[in-house]
Design a protein around this ligand. Structure first.
Ligand code: M6R
Length: 369
């Protein structure tokens, strides 16, 4: 049932190109328009929305953090992302013009369910992004956009995350389409890029052997730090979460711009630091800034593990280990950049002799608050 792989997690990582393609299937037509028939919230109501609030936990929360960048950039609707477990306890401001998006692989996470119930009580519409047909969260939502990742068995979420990202991009684009905001060349370019993204994820998977070797060589370490900016920041958090869950290591993700506000004090000789580098095109200011972050930490002795796009030559001199990913649009980069971090955590956990599919103390779905 593991299809020749040692772990379900490896199988599920390998299934990502198909999962991504399946989640897109039938949702973008030949003219580049989105048809999300499942989103049965009327266009008139969607046009009235003045705020999007995303609620989720764990990996799904990281997908939500990335969705915020896409939603605000493509639709100009303000978007907040909140841990579902924190949400209802702080009396959040919600009304019928708030669209709440609940992201959950299992559809059974109690924290997310309680948060969405609270939102509906306040009159907000709830759209679920979910991987499990007929589960509780979609049943209690106004509408659901299913991710088509197929069953995810490993406790650590991988293909569900990539498909959550795709679903979030689709929701953002759909809101833009319905509301007519910024619906132009940039959006068409995004849609074209999404249509080829599954092949690009496949290419990432084909180049993972050096990442495995690197992971094995770090199996004795106690700490790994992860840095990113913009959508690379949630990717860094996700890389750190995977490592905590699977390798039981101290792993922390930071926004690279925060380094000098504290975390740089942690940098010491030979500390592995993974840096997710934004695309050098488009947002070159951010790119330049992260290159100086890499220089700063390397000058303090860190071992730099740099995830950068093909053709990005500026980072090469400062990378002790360089992991290449295909170039893509800035907002879509997490679909590429997350994959090596999944492989890294999986291999490191295996090298430490841990149960990869069933990490200690964790359950696949968390049905208590
Ligand atoms: O089923 P859900 O997406 O609601 O689960 C949310 C989190 O419990 C989940 O993503 C968890 O963080 C994973 N173990 C991460 O790998």
């Amino acid at each position: 049932e593991k299809g020749g792989y040692d772990y379900f997690m490896l199988k599920e990582i390998a299934e990502q190109p198909k999962a991504v393609a399946d989640t897109l299937l039938g949702r973008i037509d030949a003219s580049g328009s989105l048809t999300l028939d499942e989103v049965r919230i009327p266009g008139a109501a969607l046009r009235e929305i003045d705020k999007v609030v995303i609620i989720a936990c764990g990996t799904a929360f990281h997908a939500g953090m990335i969705a915020k960048y896409a939603i605000e950039h493509w639709t100009r609707i303000p978007c907040e992302v909140e841990l579902a477990s924190e949400f209802r306890y702080r009396d959040p401001i919600l009304d019928p013009r708030t669209l709440v998006v609940a992201i959950s692989q299992s559809g059974e996470t109690m924290d997310t369910l309680m948060a969405l119930r609270h939102a509906r009580e306040q009159g907000s519409k709830v759209l679920a992004i979910c991987n499990t047909n007929g589960s509780t969260i979609p049943r209690e939502s106004d509408a659901v956009l299913y991710t088509h990742a197929g069953p995810e068995v490993a406790v650590a979420s991988t293909k569900a995350f990539l498909t959550q990202l795709v679903a979030c991009y689709l929701v953002a684009l759909y809101l833009g389409q319905v509301r007519g905001t910024k619906w132009g060349d940039e959006i068409q370019a995004v849609i074209r890029e999404l249509s080829r993204i599954s092949r690009e994820v496949e290419r990432v998977l084909e180049t993972m052997e050096p990442v495995r070797e690197l992971a094995r060589s770090l199996a004795h370490k106690d700490t790994v730090l992860f840095l990113g900016r913009h959508v690379g920041y949630p990717v860094a958090l996700e890389g750190a979460l995977k490592l905590k869950e699977l390798a039981y290591m101290h792993a922390e993700g930071f926004a690279a711009g925060e380094l000098k506000h504290g975390p740089i004090a942690l940098i010491e000789e030979d500390l592995p630091v993974v840096v997710v580098v934004p695309s050098p095109r488009g947002r070159s200011v951010l790119h330049d800034k992260i290159v100086s972050n890499i220089q700063e930490i390397r000058a303090r002795g860190a071992r730099t593990i740099v995830i950068a796009e093909e053709g990005d030559e500026a980072v090469a001199p400062y990378a002790d280990h360089l992991i290449r990913i295909p170039a893509t649009l800035t907002l879509l980069q997490p679909l590429m950049a997350t994959v090596p971090l999944q492989v890294f955590a999986c291999e490191l956990a295996a090298a430490r002799g841990n149960e990869v599919d069933q990490p200690r103390n964790l359950a696949k779905s968390v049905t208590v608050e």
